[in-house]
Each structure stands twice: as structure tokens, then as C-alpha cells.
Design a protein around this ligand. Sequence first.
Ligand SMILES: [Zn+2]
Length: 713
Amino acid sequence: MECLRVKLYTPTGIFKNPLSIKGIEVYPLPPYSTVIGFIYRAMGRKWQGEHFQISIQGDYEAIYRDYVWFKKYNFKDKELEKLPLQVPILYNLKLLIHIRAEEDLVREIENALKAPKELLFLSGGEYPVKIEEVKRVFCEKRRIPEDDAVKLKYNAYLPTHCLRNISTTDKGVLFNLSYFYENLQKPKVYSWIDVYYFQKGTVIYGDIIFDEDKNPVFLTYSLKETPVKPKSEEYVRFYASNWLVASACVGVLKVLENHGEDIEKFVEEKTLKIPLSLWGSIPEIYADYLIGDIELAKNVLEIAYKQKKKKEDFNPYNTLIYSKLNDFHSNSPFTNQAHEYIRRLKGVYSEDTHEVLKLVKESFLEAYQKFLGSGKETSSLCYFCHEREAKNFVDATTFTPLFASLETVRNFIWDPIPVCKECEFLLYFTAVGFYKSAKKYLFVYIPDDLLETYRLNLVFSMEEEIEQEKLGRMWKVIEHILKIEEQKSRWILQNIYFVEIEMVGDAKANIYSFHISPTLAKAIRSLIYKYPKNLQSIFFDFLFYIYTGRSLYEFLLYFLSGFTKKDTYKNLDANTIESRIVQAGRNSEYIGKNLLFFINFQEVLNMNEPKNYINWAFWAGRELKELYSQNENTRKKLEPLTYRLLEAVRRKDKEYFIHNLIRAYLEVEKEIPYIFKEALEDKNFSMIAYSFIIGLNSEKRNKEGHIEENDEG
Ligand SMILES: [Zn+2]
């Protein structure tokens, strides 16, 4: 057989799915639909229903994480809102693509790629794609015995039907990828295809197609072979292929385990399959879970009732159900206060708790019936399961505050997401899947393994005495991740995420996601206990900086600016991270050697072995301060000197920094210490400059007159 082989190169690639922007999930290679779209743009025409087979392989040099601005339009306030999100970007990406099609179509694609009709980009890429080769190649299937097994030279997608006759040494990672459209009319719906992703180096054997240069080719099925999805009569299936569904599945598993079910049998890789009979009683099981233990419920109701001045303001439904769901679903059939089945419980209280709970449960089940009965014609398949017919679009009524209303604030999600009844009800379990701590919710997501994701999230809720509350729990999870490090492929490790949701209002939540790299884990493990005790007020801001990969030098710049320019920030409103850090600096009466913690931490992250430079520069600063303090004339000059040095580091202007140092040392008739020669090197500049500035402003003694030198913790 003949295939068209195409080689592409792009300096950067980001391959997202429609939920990526809320949780930053990306693919290690472009999904089929991205490459197909690329080909049609080259041809300068729209897809007209034709089909071809395609094989996608590729390699990248590195993944780095960078901020990308996502924009959404706020219809209500008529303004464009922007959200910075950290995304993994594939750097120096090479793609090897094989296409098999009818001769006419192959010719059209070949001509188009040799002379594209427009500048071509791959999804989120910033740079045009370079087409390095377009060539017809002869391909044939060969049987490779186990003894002659071959190693993959590229990372590859292997469609599941290929794996029937191919064996591999590795398990691979299952992805469900968008493929061709299913229809020509709007709204267009993708068809989806299950593939396993294998990393280069994986050993394979069996019936493999090779091109004439010995590249294996893993074509998608041809139209004739289109697999018919087995209609499962006994199970309702959900696919945890993004953090949102995963957290909902974890919620369901928690509820079922609490109900006494053996949950392991409901999970296969990242699929949750619930027997139909059990699914039928899940609303009732969920209601029992939310209401909880009867003794506890009795107490909670009693306290809530006593607290109400006006007894008609008391509502047992709100106390037991609403309070647990409203952070995620404040406007839903289960929470909206306008519903009759919620209103009718106003002021209902009785010593007989059983009676009250019965009424609450009835209301919940009525809400479920109402939910089942609502819906609209969408003529689309559900985005989440690709299996059942969608009856709604995910929007504010299902999911406030996480999903904004399409009428007021257009979502970060680019299209309305069609959802079936089953998946929509599943989303109501996210509130249980997340771990709640004060006004924050936390979830850890492992892309390839739902059961592992479930277990890892349970670690959060274990009730143990832990010193630094959140970090303690977090640390347990990190430790766990480090333990599974050996079993997981690199791609999975790099894509284990923490999703944190911070409630900032009834209808507003901030979503952060972050990732713990091995270097960050190392820095946390070795240094966290040295975190300055006097800076507890900005500990979470520090965590935010390190989790999101922002530089601690920036953190120090804010802190030192606050410290040295106290008057400037007198009226600063401390409600952003940056202003809290500035305020902490402003509130510090003195600074000491323990601030070097941030420099040491950053240098471990930079994989720059902490050098003696940090201490030397600190002491050089301290000595210069003492020399300056010896007479009135120079003492006054200390503050302006600090400003100029901070300005120099802010601008990363090494010459200006050194120039000021030379002047400063001339002032006290001293020679500039030799160590500053090292500061001229890029990788040392911030480290030496900040250590020096901290030394220059540090106090030898604190207020009580204790020597502060050994205060490092
Ligand atoms: Zn669905």
C-alpha cells in the first residue's frame, strides 16, 4: 500500500481539550482532529464528509511551563476578562504523519501541503509550522517475532484496533481523542477514537506496518472497519479523562464506599462503570450520604434551629443538603431556594429527627425527578461520555460558580458543552470529590488511573494531627506521588495536577492548578522547615508562588520594596497576593538572615547548587552597613543606595548594580569585595544581589536585644 508521509516541525506546541483551560490538560501529541484541521487549512477548503486513515507519531525536546493568557468576554460588563494560566508547552516538536486515502484525495493533500494556501499553525502554537517533507512512501505489513522486537523511535498513538495484533512492553496511556466530524450540518460533532499513547523506546512486536524507511505506521481504522460501540445494557459508564469528571467519579466512589459497596469492581483504568440497578438507586444513596449519621444530623439541626432568631428562617434542607452543595452548585434544582420542594421545609423542626430527615430526603428525591424531567433537544452526543444523547448544555444552573452563565460571562470554554442526564447528575458529585478546607477545595488528578486518583484524594481527608495543616496533607500526597514515580510513564508524572478552587463569593470562584516537579519536591523536602517563622502571614502566598512556578526573587522584590518604602505603601489594600507580600514587608520592623531562605529555595529550584556566595554576599552587605552607620553623613545615604540597588535588580541591570556598588565602597574608602565579579554572571546575579541587599538592610539585634544570627527558622 502507499501512504503519504508528512514531516512537520514547530518550535512550540500546546494541544488542549475543551476543558483544558479550566484544568490544563494537554496531549503529548496533537489529537487527530488537530492534524485533520491543519490539512484542510492547507487545502484552503472545508471538510465535505470524506474520510482518510492517519497515523501520528512525534517527539519533543522538553516540556516547559509558561503562562498563557486566556480571554473571555463579559457580556454584562462589556469587557474582556483575562486569566493567566500555566500550561505545559512542548518544545521543539517534530511530527511524523502517515496518511492513507483514495488517490484523488491523496493528490489534493499532497499538492496542498507542498504549496499551502495560508500560513499554517498547529492549534495553540505561536510559530508557523515548517513542513519538512511531503513524500509518497511504500508501506507493507510485516510479522515481527518477539525475538526481533523493535523499539519505537517516536512517541506514538496506537488506535486500539492496532493493539489486537501488536504486543508491547509497556501499558501505554489511554486517550479518547477527537477525530473527524460526524456530520456536516451545525452543530458539528466530533467522532471520538480510543488510542493508547506509547513513549519512544517502548518495545513492540507482532503484525506491524512499516514504511520504506522502517518507520512503523499505526493507521486509524478505515471507514469500512468503523467499530460499532458495544451497547452496554448492564452498566452506565463514565470516562474520567479530565479533572472535572475525575473529581465527580471520585465523589461517586466515596459515596458508594460509604454505602458499603466494594468499589474496586466499578473501576477499569479511567472508566467508572456502575451497574444499571445500582445507578437507579444512586440519588437515594447520595441523599443518605449528604444527610449523614443520624446522631450527627440531630445535633447539627438542633444547633442551627437554636441559632435562628426567626424560626421560619430555619430550613433543615438547607442545613443538611444546601450547605454541602452550594459552593459548586448554587443555582441548581437541588439548591435553588425558589423551588417548592425546598421552600415547603421552611421552619420545619421536630424533636423526632427521623421525621425531619424523611422530609428532607423526599425533597431531594423530588428535586432529582424534576432534574430528570427537564432538558432540551440538542441533537448532539454528550461531550463527556461520547455515548449517550445530550439533553442539556453545561451552564450556570448546573455549575455555578465554576461555569459561568453563557448569557453574562462567556465561558473560558469555547463552545457550549452538550451533556447527557447521567453525566450531568454525575457532576453533582464534584462537591464530594474535592477535599474541603476552609474556603478552599483541593483535588489531585492522575490522568491514567481513576482508582489511584481516588486513593490519593482520600489521603487529604485522613484525620491526623499535622503540624502545618495544609502543607502536612499536601506533603503526604507529594510523598505518595514520589513513591509511584517509578511505575508511571514520564508523561503521566508530568501531568499529575493539583486543582485548587478558592471560593471568593457566592457566584465566583478562582481556579488554580499546579504541578509538583521533582525539583520542587526536592526543594520542599530539604528546606521547608527553614521557612521564616515571622512570615507565617504570607506562607500561602509563598506556596502559590512555588506551585505556579513564579520566581521567589520577584517575591523578595515585593517584600523588600514594602520594607524599604514603608510610606509609599501606607494605604495599600492588601487583597492581592502581591499587595499582601508588600504589606508583610512594610509591617516588618527589621529583617534578618532568615530571609535568605527564599534565595536558597529558588536556587535549589534553579538547580544551581546553593553556593557560599549567598552567605558571603549577605555578610558583605552587613559589613558595608556597619561602615555606613559609623557617621551621620553616610548613614543617610544607606536608604537611597538600597533603592538604587533594588531598582538595578528589578531591571536586571548588572552594570547599574556594580556601578552603584563601586560608588558605595568608594564612599567608605574600601575596595569592592572580589566576590562581586561573580555577580556579573547571569545565573548568579539575582542570588548575589538579593543576598547583599538583605545583608545591607538587616539588623544585628532584634528589639529584645537578642542576637539574631542563629535565627534561621
Ligand atoms: Zn454523558
